[in-house]
Structure formats: C-alpha cells, structure tokens
Ligand binder design. Structure first.
Ligand SMILES: *[C@@H]1O[C@H](CO)[C@@H](O)[C@H](O)[C@H]1NC(C)=O
Ligand SMILES: *[C@@H]1O[C@H](CO)[C@@H](O)[C@H](O)[C@H]1NC(C)=O
Ligand SMILES: *[C@@H]1O[C@H](CO)[C@@H](O)[C@H](O)[C@H]1NC(C)=O
Ligand SMILES: *[C@@H]1O[C@H](CO)[C@@H](O)[C@H](O)[C@H]1NC(C)=O
Ligand SMILES: *[C@@H]1O[C@H](CO)[C@@H](O)[C@H](O)[C@H]1NC(C)=O
Ligand SMILES: *[C@@H]1O[C@H](CO)[C@@H](O)[C@H](O)[C@H]1NC(C)=O
Length: 252
C-alpha cells in the first residue's frame, strides 16, 4: 500500500514537471530570436528599470513581457512601446540647446521583428542613429505603420532617413530639434501612405510645397508650436486629402 502511494506521488511529480516545462516550451511562446533581440535592446531602454519582466530565461514567453504585444496567431511582435523610458528634464543642454545626454540608436536592432506594426520610441533622448545603422533600415519592416519618435533630440537629417519607410501611415516627430526652412524634405515626400504627420513643437520656419506634394493620403498635418512664417506654402496642400492642417492652436 505504501509503495503504491509512493509511486503515485512520483508520477504526480513527474507530470507536474512536464506540465511546468510545457508552459515554457509550447508553440504559444514567442519566437526565440525575437526574445533574444528584445534582450539586446533592453540595456538601451531600461533607465528607470521599467523592463523587469524582460528576463534572460530560455523559453520565457516574451509576448507576455511588459511593453510588448504579439499577434495571437503568429506569436510575433506587432507592437513595441519603448516610449518614455528616459525623462527629458533629467537632461543637460549646452548653449546651442544641444542635449548633452543624447545617444545614438542602432536601428538594426529592430530588424528581427519582421511583423512589427507599431514602434513607439518617444521620450528617449535619442540624438539620431549610428552611422550605417540608420532609421532607413526600418524600411525592411514591411508592416510598419506607426513610428513615434516624439520627445527626442533629433535633427533635420532624420527626415532624410525616413525616405524609404513607405509603409508608414503615422509618423510623429513632435518636440525634437527640427529647425529652419525644410525646403528639401524629399525624405518625407516619399511616404505616400502617410495619413498623419506630427511635426509640432519644433523650430520649423517653412516647408516647401514640393516637399509634401506626394503625400496624397495625408489627413492631418500638425505644425503647432513652430515658427511658421507664412501659410502660403500650404495653399496647394488642400488639393490633397488633407482634412486637418493644424498650425498654431487653430485649424485653417
Ligand atoms: C495576425 O496574423 C495573421 C496571420 O498573418 C493575420 O491574418 C492577422 O490579421 C494578424 N492579426 C493582427 C491583430 O495583426
Ligand atoms: C507608450 O505609448 C503607448 C501608445 O501611445 C501608450 O498607450 C502608453 O501609455 C505609453 N507608455 C508610456 C509609459 O508613456
Ligand atoms: C547594430 O546591431 C546589429 C544587430 O544587433 C549588430 O549586428 C551590429 O553590429 C550593430 N552595429 C553597431 C555599429 O553597433
Ligand atoms: C532605399 O531605396 C532605394 C531605392 O529603392 C535603395 O536603393 C536603397 O538601398 C534603400 N535604402 C535602404 C537603407 O533600404
Ligand atoms: C514622389 O514619390 C515617388 C515614389 O513614390 C518618387 O519616385 C518621387 O521622386 C517623389 N517625388 C518627389 C517630388 O519627391
Ligand atoms: C522613394 O521610394 C522609392 C520606392 O519606395 C525609391 O525607389 C526612391 O529611391 C525613394 N526616394 C528617395 C529620395 O529615397
């Protein structure tokens, strides 16, 4: 009798072990190479120790990690919310309002997430990207529809790096260091699927008509809190789909 109980106990223990294991190793978990890619990103976006669920445990389901969202069928990442990981007022600025804490992103680190649709990178004190590892590489993510780069320290050159991201529908560059006359923003003009473009809270003085003439699907262009001198250059945009052109606080 005692033996029977003993065997029963061992059987249960083994079964539990198997079950527990399977919660780590079933097809429900995220893809291993996406999990590893997230761990490579972690040190760059973990200032306030927000990414505690991103653990280096083999088989851990990264779809359950905070700030990550997966497609429930394919178990691949579709959204990554690495926004507001650094808060900008901790930053030091020099006389030219350059952010002394700015750092440079390696955009290649996002390439494993082939099904990514939404990437939020606002509030990270990024000054730009590493040479040869620029944002234009994100054009390989064919499903990428939303890119939020607001509240960083990005300069005009960022617009050039946007030129191949033709799947984008929403691009947010609010509160960066864009400035002056953006007469040659051919980069943006290539984003023919763009519906929403947020350039507010920069120091833009003007944008040439040609610079946005290709954006026939644009529904909303936000230019509040800039130094726009004249509305002339936006006259022809009304021939587009554009419904909302927001300059200053009002809508014209
Ligand atoms: C998830 O992936 C499947 C297969 O590719 C696709 O049909 C579905 O629309 C996706 N769902 C979401 C929410 O992206
Ligand atoms: C990050 O952005 C997403 C999408 O806009 C938002 O829902 C979320 O609250 C943001 N997280 C933080 C910490 O700001
Ligand atoms: C950028 O990231 C990729 C992928 O992780 C890596 O192979 C490459 O060496 C990195 N480049 C630099 C300059 O750090
Ligand atoms: C951008 O597109 C052009 C033309 O299709 C191509 O030659 C170039 O390699 C692309 N750049 C990147 C970084 O994908
Ligand atoms: C408009 O977009 C197309 C690609 O879709 C590009 O070939 C062309 O150069 C763009 N026009 C301008 C003025 O940038
Ligand atoms: C605009 O995009 C098209 C294809 O998506 C590409 O052939 C062209 O080189 C791009 N233009 C610029 C200025 O990068």
């Amino acid at each position: 009798m005692e033996w029977k109980w003993y065997l029963w106990f061992i059987r249960m223990a083994v079964m539990l072990l198997v079950l527990e294991r399977c919660s780590w190793c079933t097809t429900d978990a995220c893809l291993e190479h996406e999990r590893i890619a997230l761990l490579h990103l972690k040190p760059f976006f973990n200032y306030g120790n927000q990414l505690q669920s991103w653990v280096e445990v083999k088989g851990s389901d990264c779809c359950k990690w905070e700030r990550v969202e997966c497609n429930t069928t394919t178990r691949r990442l579709i959204q990554l919310s690495l926004n507001s990981t650094i808060w900008l007022y901790n930053m030091e600025y020099d006389m030219d309002n350059r952010n002394l804490n700015a750092w440079y992103l390696n955009a290649s680190m996002f390439l494993p997430f082939e099904e990514l649709k939404r990437l939020y990178l606002s509030g990270n004190a990024m000054g730009g990207n590493l040479e040869n590892e620029g944002f234009q590489l994100l054009s390989r993510l064919n499903n990428l529809e939303t890119l939020d780069l607001s509240w960083n320290s990005l300069k005009n050159s960022i617009l050039f790096h946007m030129r191949n991201l033709s799947s984008l529908k929403t691009l947010r560059l609010r509160r960066n260091q864009l400035k002056g006359r953006l007469d040659h923003i051919q980069g943006l003009n290539n984003l023919t699927n763009l519906k929403y473009l947020d350039l507010s809270d920069n120091n833009i003085e003007s944008i040439s008509n040609q610079g946005l003439s290709n954006l026939t699907n644009l529904k909303k262009l936000d230019l509040r809190w800039n130094q726009i001198e004249s509305f002339q250059s936006f006259k022809d945009l009304s021939d587009n789909e554009l419904k909302d052109l927001v300059i200053h606080q009002g809508i014209i």
